[in-house]
Design a protein around this ligand. Structure first.
Ligand code: BGC
Length: 728
């Protein structure tokens, strides 16, 4: 028989069908398995016909791919890795700011470039698939994984995720620098009660369709080739066992043609943790019938599923569907024709190269958000000759890089990524290094750690005070670190840990100007610094170039323009607090404090100031097929050139179901020179003014809508007008 599957002149579909027809049931089920490549890989390749390994690095990729070529059908292995803000587990690779940080840039082109660079570096190491982007909604800061999200707004998440997917996957997968993206974790994963990671998410179908589905649907539209099911359960059904979610909605309703991967051992946990399956066999059966195509890290899946099919308990057609979805992507990636083996010589010139580092620096600059700047204390004036740089995050590589990079993922249940010991930290520029470099011979940097991030390290505060007393200005670099973020790291408090607040209060007492730089995975409850610091720069986990970027902003080489994509609570008791809330709360406030966040969604200062005026709606009576066109004049009335992020919100005034007080519908990044004014036009289709009605249908209800334009989601920052939407 002619081996069509080996012949690139046939289509991926034809080659997939040909190959599928040649495969035994064991070979098909093997393709559906993904395990950690450091475990018994030879048995997996030759006896279990494995389809994919994750978390393999270095030369081992070449060895495993070559072994796979020796198997009966020679099906190449798909290698996956969590390269979620750069290929950050690989020593020497470019580490970008965390996803939450990057989101503050509101810059789709930048995020596409970040993903493109990541793809290029991932490819150099023989891998083909990143488990990114995270499309979860970050509404409860207690949740350990908020740093992995793009923030709290479904529209913005969809737009930013789409950009990253484009960057990873390129124009098409046959481009040798394209990798598979993965939209995760489908769905409602960030909405678990009390911020408890992977627990139950109490969301109705209407809420899923209104808030949680739209950004995932955008991912399908952007051509995302893989989806990962969430660990969480919705209404008692774990996502991995939810056929309505994975098959009815994702594959049938939205026409998703790629494959679904279950999360790490979630199929095992259906039995051992979530206990919806009395045996592992039952769990495997559930997972396949629900629509999971690849099973991550449940090694028992292979034997159990082979037995289920052989005993006639599971239809082979389901296996065929899953297996062909996986094979087709392997064909599309061109893996059957070119194994894309790593080229470690070439990789040396691309991985972490100067151009990529430049992009990491630019991304860090655009990711930072200026939260306070009293009396224009920033940028630092030429008169500043001595800076006291103080705090536990001045020189902490791990806090700066954040989760899913060197030094993380070390928790029970998972093998440690052992190449950490070989990780080269020399290219990482901490704030201390960045400030020293930028200060040069003109500005002296006096450094004292002052205290650690945890209780047992408070003894050096006095030295920090002495140092502060000698200086013209204090820059305190505080926040959190990796052990306070990530999976299994949910929190009950969002306050500064250890002696950090004591340190800040003691520094304040010196009477010297106090600038606080936050290096943290996610918003913390920091009302004291809002009251007492002279300036606050939110730097998040700014990645390998973070120190240079902080220095550039503090010294005024760069005018910050980031805006928050997530609200900062005043107190953990406010959680969740987000801007697109529903109306109807009696009193609209707690007994002890307002419901207003400390810093709101969309907020961020600049060294410039922008004035909005003259908002106009081009036509305020619209039908469903129209576009809403809004214009507004924005003027830079400050002394610095800058970029303003102009935001458009809408409220459906009366509707058949409660709808948010405002929802972001569009935005524009506008460059404005000092003194320059521009008329900014934003257009959105009337169809985007939709809601999900009580029958779970997405519709636009005719009536009055309030349209708001401005520089943040706060009422005081918005100009308003109304429009009428009519049926015809
Ligand atoms: C996480 C996923 C990740 C996977 C592989 C899981 O525990 O939830 O986001 O992609 O591990 O590392």
């Amino acid at each position: 028989m002619i081996e069509i599957y080996k012949n690139p002149s046939y289509s991926s579909k034809e080659r997939t069908m040909d190959l599928l027809n040649r495969m035994t049931i064991e070979e098909k089920i093997g393709q559906m398995c993904q395990v950690d490549g450091r475990i018994d890989s030879k048995t997996w390749i030759f006896e279990k016909h494995i389809g994919s390994f994750l978390h393999v690095t270095g030369e081992e990729v070449i060895r495993l791919q070559k072994l796979a070529a020796e198997t009966r059908l020679g099906i190449p292995i798909l290698f996956g890795i969590d390269a979620i803000h750069g290929h950050a587990f690989h020593s020497g690779a470019t580490v970008f700011p965390s996803q939450l940080a990057m989101a503050s840039s509101w810059n789709t082109e930048l995020l596409e470039e970040v993903a493109r660079i990541t793809a290029v570096e991932v490819i150099q190491t023989g891998m083909h698939w990143t488990f990114s982007p995270v499309i979860c909604i970050g509404r409860d800061m207690r949740w350990g994984r908020v740093d992995e999200t793009f923030g709290e707004d479904p529209y913005l998440i969809g737009v930013l995720a789409g950009a990253m997917i484009k960057g990873y996957q390129g124009k098409n997968l046959s481009d040798p620098y394209s990798i598979l993206a993965c939209a995760k974790h489908f769905a409602g994963y960030g909405e678990t009660q009390g911020g408890r990671d992977s627990a139950e998410a109490d969301v109705s179908e209407r809420k899923l369709r209104s808030i949680f589905f739209p950004p995932f649907k955008e991912a399908v539209k952007a051509g995302c080739t893989t989806f990962m099911a969430g660990y969480n359960a919705i209404d008692g059904i774990p996502c991995s066992a939810n056929g309505w979610l994975l098959t009815e909605v994702l594959k049938k309703e939205w026409g998703f043609e790629g494959f679904v991967v279950s999360d790490w051992n979630n199929v095992g946990w259906l039995h051992t943790t979530q206990k919806v399956a009395a045996t592992l066999e039952e769990a495997c059966h559930m997972a396949v019938t629900a629509g999971n195509d690849m099973i991550m890290s449940t090694p028992e899946f292979f034997e159990k599923t082979v037995a289920l099919v052989k005993e006639g308990l599971l239809a082979e057609s389901l296996i065929d569907d899953a297996c062909s979805r996986i094979l087709e992507l392997k064909f599309k990636l061109g893996l059957f024709d070119d194994k894309r083996l790593p080229n470690f010589t070439e990789s040396n010139s691309l991985i972490g190269c100067d151009n990529h580092k430049k992009a990491a620096y630019e991304t860090a600059l655009q990711s930072m958000v200026l939260l306070k700047n009293d009396n224009e204390i920033l940028p630092l004036s030429d008169k500043v000759k001595k800076i006291a740089l103080i705090g536990p995050n001045c020189d902490d590589v791990q806090s700066q890089l954040g989760d899913w990079s060197f030094g993380t993922r070390e928790f029970p249940e998972r093998p440690t990524l052992d190449y950490h010991s070989e990780y080269d930290v020399t290219p990482i520029v901490t704030v201390l290094e960045g400030m020293k470099k930028r200060g040069g011979n003109d500005v002296e940097i006096l450094y004292e750690k002052g205290c650690g991030l945890f209780d047992d390290e408070g003894e050096t505060i006095n030295k920090a005070i002495e140092c502060a007393e000698e200086a013209d200005v204090i820059i305190a670099v505080v926040g959190d670190t990796n052990t306070l973020n990530g999976e299994t790291r949910d929190r009950v408090s969002l306050d500064f840990t250890g002696y950090q607040l004591h340190l800040l209060k003691a520094l304040k007492k010196t009477g010297k100007p106090l600038v606080v730089v936050l290096i943290n995975g996610k918003p913390l409850t920091v009302p004291w610094i809002k009251e007492n610091a002279d300036a606050i720069l939110e730097a998040w986990n700014p990645g390998m170039e973070g120190g240079n970027a902080v220095a550039s902003i503090l010294f005024g080489d760069y005018n910050p323009c980031g805006k928050l994509t997530i609200s900062f609570p005043r107190h953990v008791g406010q959680q969740p607090v987000f801007y697109n809330k529903l109306p109807g709360w009696h009193g609209d406030s707690y007994v002890e404090m307002t419901d207003e966040p400390l810093f709101s969604f969309g907020f961020g200062l600049s060294y410039a100031s922008y004035q909005y005026s003259n908002m106009k709606i081009v036509s305020s009576k619209l039908v469903m097929t129209d576009e809403l066109v809004v214009t507004v004049d924005v003027e830079n009335i400050g002394k610095y050139d800058g970029v303003e992020i102009v935001q458009l919100y809408v409220n459906d005034v009366y509707s058949s179901v409660t709808t948010p007080l405002k929802e972001l519908k569009s935005f524009k990044r506008v460059h404005l020179k000092a003194g320059e004014a521009k008329s900014v036009e934003i257009k959105i289709p009337v169809t985007s003014l939709n809601l999900v009605n009580r029958h779970n249908q997405t519709v636009v209800e005719p009536g009055t809508f309030e349209v708001m334009v401005g520089g943040s989601s706060r009422d005081g920052d918005l100009l308003k007008a109304t429009i009428e939407v009519m049926d015809k």
